[in-house]
Design a protein around this ligand. Structure first.
Ligand code: ARG
Length: 250
């Protein structure tokens, strides 16, 4: 993590901040980045990038009266690219952490959630059950940092994508997977025959969008637009579509 942060600081120091609000307004385009492999938040349906966060980001751009342009990048490179001026806004289910807040600025949270244990039938369900077990997590995530705090785990295996961690759980190469509770629910539903089981939530987090460090004007614009989407019911409509529930931080 220390190494990642120093890379982030280096990128920030050498390449400056992303487009100011003025530049976005002038070009009438906001460049947004996500991963595209984290269903139901950001993923590809065939060739189309979609999901709760993609729909939300696209509506956000409309509120800002600019075109929303999407880019996808591996999860662990997203915040680095932000400070390299490759895009203006990252919408990729980042939990707000003190570490990350040293390198980027977070908007108000766009949903609240937690990390949960998921396993095959008969597998571990509680943090205590993970003793002596092999646990899969996506690299660069809060699942990794939180799982590392659980004592007695035999091995934590990291994967570039969260979907790789799921594949390894389904093929029984690992005993458990720790991921977002909504991602886990989606995995259970879309693999019904496998009878994957949900266990305990191991931590809770607030998820927010990120702008380059110091890009306060853009952050404020995004916060206002997000608030407008809540007020006019657009947020709830998209939330209901994906979760049949309101996932905002109430
Ligand atoms: N919420 C977790 C974190 O903050 C995981 C986010 C993973 N996002 C993704 N697009 N794969 O680290």
């Amino acid at each position: 993590m220390k190494k990642i942060l120093s890379v982030l600081f280096f990128a920030f120091a050498t390449l400056g901040v992303s487009a100011s609000w003025g530049a976005i307004d002038k070009s009438k385009t906001i460049k947004m980045a996500t991963e595209g492999a984290f269903p139901p938040f950001n993923y590809f349906k065939g060739k189309d990038l979609t999901g709760f966060e993609v729909e939300l980001g696209t509506e956000l751009a409309k509120k800002l009266h600019v075109n929303g342009e999407w880019k996808t990048s591996p999860f662990d490179s997203l915040l680095i690219g932000l400070n390299q001026n490759r895009y203006d806004l990252v919408v990729a289910s980042h939990g707000i952490t003190a570490e990350r807040a040293k390198a980027v600025d977070f908007t108000e949270p766009h949903y609240c959630t937690g990390g949960i244990i998921i396993s095959n039938a008969g597998g571990p369900k509680t943090a205590a059950d993970l003793k002596g077990k092999v646990v899969a997590v996506q690299v660069g995530t809060t699942y990794l940092t939180n799982v590392q705090k659980i004592p007695g785990i035999k091995e934590v295996k990291t994967y570039p994508k969260d979907t790789d961690a799921l594949q390894n759980l389904m093929s029984k190469r690992v005993d458990a997977w720790v991921t977002d509770k909504f991602v886990a629910l989606e995995a259970v539903k879309s693999n019904e025959k496998l009878h994957l089981q949900l266990g305990d939530m191991v931590f809770q987090e607030k998820i927010a969008m990120a702008v380059a460090k110091g890009n306060t004007e853009l952050k404020n614009k995004v916060n206002t637009a997000l608030n407008d989407l809540v007020k006019d019911g657009t947020y709830l409509k998209i939330s209901k579509k994906y979760f049949n529930d309101d996932v905002s931080c109430k």
